[in-house]
Design a protein around this ligand. Structure first.
Ligand code: ZN
Length: 202
């Protein structure tokens, strides 16, 4: 499955001059909400991710996604694996489990995101699950930005990856984009201004 082609066809693989949440600038940005806009495409991607997880013989009872970005991917993955789907969300900046979702003691979870950059939100979700008595058996995402290492890859994780290295991480593709400090950004040097993705119709 050509994930890059699917992202490009959905206008989810953006080219321009972007200000990332890290404060750095990039020529490219993945807008996963666009690839998940078509439920048929979302189902196809989740089915493929489920195949990887089943292929590694991972057994879980539930999928948990950090809101907002992970919810659609997590829900579709749960459908594909025939598991329960829940999500955590931020309350005053802190990740929490709300809405009456409960966790059984020893219940096994897959934490699912749309994209894993450093895995910070996924890790926060995982901490809540374990604090409440669950067990995290895998992390999953449609796309990996190349800071963490996906299952089956022989690359090594960057120091900024926050995912634990003793729990497998499944993703469909690596997208490693060069990022720049604003002071060293070649697009800035050419006089263009970085925009926040999602802020101007992208
Ligand atoms: Zn720039």
């Amino acid at each position: 499955m050509d994930i890059e082609k699917i992202y490009k066809a959905a206008n989810a693989y953006l080219e321009g001059h972007f200000l990332l949440s890290s404060g750095k600038h990039s020529r490219f940005y993945l807008q996963s909400a666009k690839v998940l806009e078509d439920p048929k495409v979302a189902a196809k991607l989740a089915d493929e991710l489920a195949k990887l997880i089943n292929g590694a013989n991972i057994k879980a009872g539930s999928v948990c996604a950090p809101a907002l970005g992970g919810i659609l991917a997590g829900y579709e993955l749960a459908r594909a694996l025939e598991l329960r789907s829940i999500f955590t969300e931020r309350v005053d900046g802190k990740m929490a489990l709300r809405r009456g979702f409960s966790i059984a003691k020893g219940e096994k979870f897959i934490i699912c995101e749309d994209i894993i950059t450093t895995g910070g939100s996924a890790l926060e979700s995982a901490r809540i699950i374990t604090e409440l008595g669950g067990e995290v058996v895998a992390f999953a995402a449609l796309a990996n930005r190349g800071f963490c290492v996906r299952y089956g890859s022989n690359k090594s994780a960057k120091p900024t990856c926050k995912l634990p290295n003793d729990i497998p991480f499944f993703a469909l593709e690596d997208f490693e984009f060069e990022v720049f400090e604003p002071s060293e950004c070649p697009m800035c040097k050419n006089g263009s201004k970085a925009i926040k993705p999602g802020s101007r119709g992208n």
